[in-house]
Design a protein around this ligand. Structure first.
Ligand SMILES: *Cc1c(COP(=O)(O)O)cnc(C)c1O
Length: 389
């Protein structure tokens, strides 16, 4: 500790308030710092390392592709990219996939598709995208505009025009905005992650889906954080029984390598034509080979175990001393603690558990395959920290 963090402060742009932990290596849900101290990882790199650190199967898939060809550009075909698109379509019923490198880019594609679809089907003036207050959709200038939290917008005005924000869980507010604006799409997270791990109310999502039908706008679901098994279904919208037109995902998809995907349903499968969009690295064969392994392993058995571990977390923390409430779904959990969340997280680090925060909550996004014993051990440490005076 210190040489790395000192140098980091000198040379790396100060955009992150890093915790005082220098990660050296790990295996599964256990990581070690440069002093050899062990931690149980309940953050998985913000829901990215879906099967944990240096997972053998994922590593083999990635290594094999790395030795075959690491990049070709999108001028040529490669098997991993094609296979991943096929898998994603088969598992969701969506029709086509555009690959990029991050969540923000997956949402950028969703927004471009929505606008082009609306231009062709409703008229060019139908360019407005409705998003929800307290949402998070990314850090690019356009996805910041989509993000319904004012403080993210400060210093970076003017943002991309054409975004309006509805109260979450308030269908009348969405109806009002659809009336007052010419709307191409409504984009939302089924569970607001950065906003504090807040699941949307099922009735609201159903009403939103029927409004999309009657008013002829697109439903774009941001599954960047909620996707890829995180909530106990492959994608969180599947918990709500709706069929979106566009699904964007990233984080856990690549298992630790940068990969974004925008899944396009029947209405928009042919909206993007050659030259309309692109990405140099998007669909990179190494990232896609890893992602094929991840998606193939998110089967019913794994999803059942995600739900069981979720129940274990809710049962263990609900009503525990110093815990005010527990929210979320699957292995995407928010804990409202009596103590300030940052202090809980700092004490957990001290005692060998890595957690995240979301707004005023402690947030847990463990690996989907975290061993139950490690999960229990970490939960006991969190409970001890919350209960201390
Ligand atoms: C993390 C996140 C993003 C942004 O993803 P990046 O890969 O950081 O660009 C967008 N939407 C949601 C819901 C997220 O959680």
């Amino acid at each position: 500790m210190s040489i790395i963090s000192d140098k980091d402060r000198t040379y790396v742009a100060g955009t992150y308030a890093r915790f005082p932990v220098e990660i050296s290596h790990g295996k599964g849900s256990v990581v070690y710092d440069t002093d050899g101290k062990k931690y149980i990882d309940l953050g998985s790199g913000i829901g990215v390392t879906s099967f944990g650190i240096a997972d053998d199967e994922w590593k083999d898939a990635v290594s094999a592709q790395l030795s075959a060809v690491q990049h070709t550009s999108n001028l040529y075909y490669t098997e991993p990219c094609t296979r991943l698109a096929e898998l994603l379509c088969q598992r969701t019923g969506m029709k086509k996939v555009f690959f990029s490198n991050s969540g923000a880019e997956a949402n950028e594609c969703a927004i471009k598709v929505a606008r082009k679809w609306a231009e062709e089907n409703k008229g060019a003036e139908y360019s407005t995208i409705v998003t929800l207050k307290n949402s998070f959709h990314g850090r690019t200038v356009t996805t910041l505009a989509a993000t319904g939290q004012d403080h993210f917008h400060e210093h970076f005005m003017p943002l991309t025009a054409g975004f309006v924000y509805a109260e979450a869980n308030n269908i009348d507010d969405v109806k009002r905005l659809v009336k007052e604006n010419r709307v191409a799409a409504v984009m939302f997270e089924c569970i607001q992650g950065e906003g504090g791990v807040l699941p949307m109310n099922p009735k609201f999502i159903k009403e939103l889906a029927s409004l999309a039908k009657s008013e002829n706008f697109l439903l774009a679901v941001d599954e960047v954080q909620t996707g890829n098994g995180r909530t106990g279904e492959l994608y969180a919208y599947m918990n709500y029984g709706i069929t979106p037109d566009i699904v964007s995902t990233a984080k856990g998809l690549g298992g630790g390598l940068p990969l974004g995907a925008t899944l396009l349903g029947e209405k928009v499968e042919s909206t993007l034509k050659a030259g309309d969009h692109g990405s140099t690295f998007g669909g990179n064969p190494v990232c896609c080979a890893g992602a094929v392994n991840i998606i193939e392993r998110i089967d019913d058995e794994l999803l059942t175990s995600v739900k069981e571990k979720s129940k274990l977390i809710f049962d263990s923390l609900s009503g525990a001393k110093g815990v005010e409430s527990v929210s979320g779904m699957g292995l995407m959990i928010g804990i409202k603690t009596k103590k300030v969340a940052k202090d809980v997280i700092a004490s957990c680090i001290d005692k060998g558990v890595l957690c995240l925060s979301a707004k005023d909550k402690v947030r847990l996004l463990p690996a989907l395959n975290i061993p139950t014993e490690e999960l229990k051990e970490a939960l006991q440490i969190i409970k001890n920290v919350c209960a201390e005076d």
